[in-house]
Design a protein around this ligand. Sequence first.
Ligand code: SF4
Ligand code: SF4
Length: 443
Amino acid sequence: METTQEIVQAVQAAGVTGAGGAGFPTYVKFQAKAEVVIANGAECEPLTHVDKQLLIHHAPEVIAGLRAAMQSTGAAQGILGVKGKFKELITQLRQQLAGSSDITIAELGNFYPAGDEQVLVYDVLERVVPEGGLPIDVGCVVQNIETLYNVDAALQGQPVTHKFITIIGAVRQPVTVRVPIGVSLREVVALAGGVTTPDPVILDGGAMMGEVVSDLEQPVTKRTKMLLVLPYEHQLSVKRRTPRTVFDSQAIASCDQCYLCTDYCPRHAQGHAIQPHKLILLLASGVPLTDAQMAGAMLCCECRTCNYACPVHLSPGDIALNIKRDLVREGLKNPYHRTTEVDPYRDYRRVPMTRLVNRLDLAKYDVPAPLTAVPHPPYTRVELKMRQHIGMPAAPVVTVGDHVQQGDLVGEIIKGGMGAPVHASIDGVVRSVTYEAIVIEAN
Ligand code: SF4
Ligand code: SF4
């Protein structure tokens, strides 16, 4: 068994980062001391399948990664959070864990956003993460399922070179695939048999938290998890393409301050000082961005649950997250750090996943997307971004003309900075090197 230091070093050297969300470097989380490590198998976004497919096909690796996380952080308890509706999977996982008392399974409700780490920590342990805080503030480390799979691979000496992605929606064959990091999104969508709608709109990250893909030549990164393909006229693609000035002014003109968006906000339900309805009121009254009341937006987790809640289909979530991003750009710091208690009505204001799927007009796309080794033309080119994670970008360590093999280091962590190294995901020749990206073409 490896020592804590060996685990941290292996995870750092392999470039393991959060395989979804913001891409936090995993070795940093592994240096903390925790009581509990929670494996986040909540499968938060509607229609995503990656976590479930990994647990079906690679449970031993995920469990080994969870144990490594527990050893590294000194946590005596490991919890595997899985939606309770997946009965067969839970039976299979219980068999895998038979005889061990260090890891238990928490059966999660089928709500959105069950995978938000603060929601998950409360659902599993009834601990409330403080405003602006992290799960470690209440003794927990939360890890994504694919991240734990990558941790196990790192301990076998394998760096992160591939990514699991669900492609679903208006495609011929919804599927979950494993592809080299750096291939184009166009190549990934083709693995689902191509699109079934003219002029598709693709949300990278899913229906709730995903962003519109503006260029299909963009490369897959360590954070790419789901490509949701939608018709151009689908309500979600229309909403996401709406310019900010339009949804801001629609809200100013039509919001009746009914408070439902705030009632349904999962962070407000933790007692945190985020109130999307108030942000609209402030916008309407012309309050400057720097007003202290605006700062509540910094507690927004960008889940867009409040968009679902709004009875007149406004976009309070987009308003909140844009204000938050403005505040961050302005260099303002979150002033809220209170320890809070959950709203006593929290559990009555949760969003059932089936209702969300229906409300978003996604029911017809709610189909299996099994992990499949889809035949494909050879991957001939990858573009490896130097920043696929939170922190400093990696610094290139190769030059044009170098021959590299899959797994070779091509970008290293800048000395003294927090970041993650980047590795070649195919064999080939380095064709271009910039501070932003390295391009490798197959031999
Ligand atoms: S997007 Fe809306 S619901 Fe989600 S945290 Fe932000 S304000 Fe709350
Ligand atoms: S739910 Fe909609 S109408 Fe009600 S306060 Fe929020 S944004 Fe305004």
